[in-house]
Ligand binder design. Sequence first.
Ligand code: HEM
Length: 512
Amino acid sequence: MEENILTNRQGHPVTNNQQIRSVGKRGPATLENYDFIEKISHFDRERVPERVVHARGAGAHGYFEAYGTVGNEPIAKYTRAKLFQTKGKKTPVFVRFSTVIHGGHSPETLRDPRGFAVKFYTEDGNWDLVGNNLKIFFIRDAMKFPDMIHAFKPDPVTNRQDAERFFDFCAASPESFHMVTLVYSPWGIPANYRMMQGSGVNTYKWVNEQGKAMLIKYHWEPKQGIRNLTQQQAQDIQGKNFNHATQDLFDAIEKGDYPEWELFVQMMEDGEHPELDFDPLDDTKLWPEEKFPWLAVGKMTLNKNPDDYFTEVEQVAFGTGVLVDGLDFSDDKMLQERTFSYSDTQRYRVGANYLQLPINAPKKHVATNQRGGQMQIKVDHHENPHINYEPSLLGRLKEARQSGTEYTPYIEGNLVRAPIDRTNDTKQAGETYRKFEKWEQDDLILNLTTDLAKCESVIQETMIRYAEEADADYGRRLRENLQNTDSTGPLGNAQNDEAVEQAINESKETDH
Ligand code: HEM
């Protein structure tokens, strides 16, 4: 059969895929070995730069099904985004889950937030909801993001992640304390991707037909339930399988056990809300559920594994700027800072024409005047290919009509470099601590103690002070545990160091 015949990339049949051409059986080789040179030079280029963060990931296809309502009200009252309007309306999606800090093949058991990025291929073009499993973040200004990531990633000299560098940054950044409390609890190691929540974290807006906007937070709730691991459970899994989350997702979908998440929103009138003790645009804060209830708007089902990991999961490109009509940015400056970073890195990581790849291209008609660049694989639909500009009296591409009343918020203020008001850095961390179950509190204290034991006392004292400010019991337990712990710590890396040393001492020496 013709299609079973191995060819090179020029379509030439390959008659010998085992040996190159050489002078005699033993060589030397000659340079005209076209098939070999093509094969090896393509292999030499198989990698693209990995994501600067969220390098390790797993993905799946599925669909989102709208409820047509938000709470008990028709959703049209708040947003005109078409994908949400009609009950039962289905929109295809691609989801990529990820860990954040380590490289492309790092264990999936590490303590780290998890990425939860969803691309909706809507009839109005793509919408990306680029979220994490946790609902808040370490910092509230992306000016600090490169420093934060440098501190969390391996040391530039030893190439090892170092708890002291992590806590040095966090101690000097009190806004991170709530996130640290979550990440060092079992919530920092979700059991797998299917049984974790997702959240947009940053504040967006919805815009309705009349051009009125509301502030919005998005949350995904797994129908499979939520499961998190203690440090010990994660270590036990890691000794046996460091790809367990990727495997769990793939196997579940393969056997027809399709994971589902319900999408909820929290809504708030736009504005500064002086009655709250935090700024609604501060992404280190939760919006209290009692005041801002979770309202269901739809459900997502993942029902198809990728056909090819690289083409889909590696090359997919999500960005916070990718919104459709009826969805908008809020003034959340982190959101705007993120919006620049995503497509900037993707032009470098995947290439200038990354939006032409099937996984990133909208599943609708695309018609731009953007031409050229590396790897242009098609010219976007154009009835008059000579007119790659607009306006034109000859060309056919015209601007679209504004749908609904345009949303035109009025903004004024001095240009400043200043932190957001109402920082209140530790209060919500205390509330979160008190909501934890006893085993979660115990694991949090153990994990913090283990890693803080490796830090200078100025860092320890600062972190204990934040814990004391958050909750008296939290602070007392952390201080007592640290005082009773020597620098090797009861668990985690320090214990691993000893275990590794012991294993090497017990191993047998061989001569050859
Ligand atoms: C990935 C920047 C905060 C969620 C990335 C990437 C960059 C980046 C450059 C790599 C993208 C790629 O190569 O395709 C930033 C900056 C932030 C920030 C500058 C500002 C502090 C956040 C926050 C969240 C988040 C708060 C959670 C809501 C993600 C996810 C991915 C990602 C899920 C992986 C997307 C994928 O699976 O391809 N981020 N990020 N990031 N970021 Fe952020």
